[in-house]
Write a new protein. Structure first.
Lengths: 160, 175
């Protein structure tokens, strides 16, 4: 390092130090975390979920349902299994089923929860990106090892 | 003997009541925010769209004379919330609204606090239905939080942004 500083001069060395600091900046962390943004489809193909950022956390809303209307009523489905009775009339389309995910240095998004509208249950969840178009979404109660993983695919946006 | 027993019993009761009130949740204060502007950035596609705005709740002004630097928020609940049209388009094509609060703190989860489904046609000011189980205490204690408004559109809207104004009232308990 001494040789390098001597060779480059003190000014250039400071530029190198500044560049190395910048390479670990929060901006890079944000950019890495933002790879999760977009529209994703679970393996059953019955819904599509748009991931957005609010503050420094990531959230996913249901933006499309293969069956948007309740077959019994013919009206748009609502979150009728929500454990909070006051929220059972909230439309399912638009419901935020992924909540509070924080991007971690190990390349995962964790600390969040996934909600299953079929039974009204909420599970702890960790998200891993296998490649830029594939996610492993692992829901669990208590211990990750006892969870279940679903593979979600990124929905191609026309023109991109 | 009986007199001293009664006095002792009364003292224990008063001490218990005193301890209970010291360990209770604290005093409730009402906090009102008005005309919080939420912009949904266009183009907006048919379906749910989100707007968000960062808010800071100044506990000193919210709690007034009851505030000291040691004051701790022990709970908060939404009492009422209403949404007003912030532009001439109003609630045209808006099918439903959901109001949530979120925090940057990894330990403080988002809370859905109120919603309206459906939004009555022709409205330019609507009161939301409050979810009484939503616990906002940890969010308010953070001081900085995000107000999130989801609006479900019945049709695409390509002509720019949509603006809404949110008024809400919280009951903040602190001690």
């Amino acid at each position: 390092m001494k040789n390098l500083i001597h060779h480059l001069g003190l000014g250039a060395a400071w530029v190198l130090v500044a560049m190395s600091l910048l390479s670990f900046s929060p901006l890079d962390q944000d950019a890495a975390g933002d790879q999760l943004l977009g529209v994703w489809e679970p393996s059953n193909g019955r819904a599509r979920v748009k991931v957005e950022r609010i503050g420094n956390k990531y959230y996913g809303r249901i933006v499309w349902l293969i069956e948007p209307n309740d077959p019994e009523t013919g009206k748009p489905k609502t979150d009728k299994n929500n454990p909070d009775p006051a929220l059972q009339n909230v439309p399912l389309k638009g419901y935020r089923m992924l909540k509070d995910f924080v991007y971690q240095e190990d390349g995962t998004w964790s600390g969040g929860t996934i909600y299953d509208p079929l039974n009204g249950s909420t599970y702890s969840c960790v998200i891993k990106m296998k490649d830029k178009n594939t996610l492993d979404i692992r829901g669990y109660i208590g211990v990750q090892a006892l969870g279940r993983t679903d593979v979600w695919k990124r929905l191609a946006v026309p023109g991109k | 003997m009986q007199h001293s027993f009664s006095t002792a019993f009364l003292a224990i009761v008063l001490l218990s009541v005193g301890l209970w009130s010291c360990s209770g949740p604290g005093e409730a204060h009402t906090y009102r925010a008005e005309n919080v502007e939420v912009v949904l950035t266009g183009p907006l596609l048919e379906g749910p769209n989100t707007g968000q705005i960062a808010l800071e709740i100044d506990l000193a002004s919210a709690l007034g004379a009851a505030y000291t630097p040691d004051t701790k928020v022990t709970g908060a609940q939404l009492l009422q919330a209403e949404v007003l049209a912030g532009d001439s388009v109003g609630f045209d094509s808006v099918r439903s609204l959901v109001l949530s609060f979120a925090s940057d703190n990894a330990d403080v989860p988002m809370q859905e606090a109120a919603f309206l489904n459906p939004v009555p046609a022709g409205s330019d000011r609507v009161a939301l239905e409050v979810a009484p189980e939503a616990q906002l205490g940890k969010l308010v204690a953070e001081g900085k939080l995000y107000l999130v408004l989801d609006a479900d559109f019945a049709a695409d809207y390509w002509d720019g942004d949509r603006r809404f104004l949110v008024n809400f009232e919280l009951s903040i308990t602190a001690k």
